[in-house]
Design a binder for this molecule. Structure first.
Ligand SMILES: [Zn+2]
Length: 215
């Protein structure tokens, strides 16, 4: 059983990794357990000497695994997230564009029915207890994955923060490239002032909303 002592992933004992996942997520999310195995393999393949950036090909689970088990985060700009729902990640050297991609290989994963049934959502969650699923994921390990050396064609550059402007209407700072007004003041905002629930038809009085202040 893979939970036995002596197994190290991402430089830490397996039990510590699982504790990290529980501490972050509140439970042992199988997507993070699988992600942990993938990050571990990619890290090993690219080597400790490379200060690697990361790219993940799904917004689900994998970004968290990368953020927990590498120095790459969305916030520091070292992690990029593509919305392809492909359970794959690449660690790469942004200077040489050489990287290591790891993905769930369905042909190999077929040998692990619990893993495959969960991964392809073929069974209701209730019929596959978490403990059994995570045991299956850990038992499969790299045997359900593939890895390959890749060269990045795009997305290898870190995004630099561009010039900042102060919106003349609301006074908030925003990216100057977006135009003379911030998105909210130029009509591209995603929100509007909430209505006052106690006093329907009126804006909630507690906050000031200069973006949509009436003339
Ligand atoms: Zn504004």
């Amino acid at each position: 059983m893979a939970q036995s002592s002596g197994i190290f992933l991402c430089g830490q004992p397996l039990a510590t990794c699982l504790e990290t996942i529980r501490g972050f997520h509140g439970w042992e999310a199988p997507g993070l357990v699988l992600g942990l195995l993938m990050v571990d393999w990619a890290r090993e393949r690219i080597g400790a000497r490379v200060e690697a950036d990361a790219l993940v090909e799904t917004r689900h689970c994998l970004p968290d695994a990368v953020q927990l088990f590498t120095p790459c985060t969305v916030g520091n700009g070292w992690l990029k997230v593509l919305d392809w729902d492909q359970f794959a990640l690449t660690l790469y050297d942004r200077h040489t564009r050489q990287g290591q991609r790891v993905w769930v290989d369905l042909a190999k994963a077929a040998a692990f029915p619990d893993l495959t049934n969960w991964f392809l959502r073929r069974v209701p969650k209730a019929s596959l207890p978490l403990e059994r699923l995570n045991a299956a994921i850990l038992a499969a390990g790299r045997r359900a994955l593939s890895a390959a050396a890749v060269e990045l064609r795009q997305h290898h550059q870190r995004h630099k923060k561009g010039p900042t402007a102060v919106c003349p209407r609301c006074g908030e700072a925003y990216a100057a490239r977006l135009g003379p007004l911030c998105p909210a003041c130029s009509g591209a905002g995603y929100w509007r002032p909430a209505m006052d629930r106690a006093n329907p038809g009126h804006e909630a009085p507690d906050d000031h909303h200069p973006h949509q202040a009436r003339p």
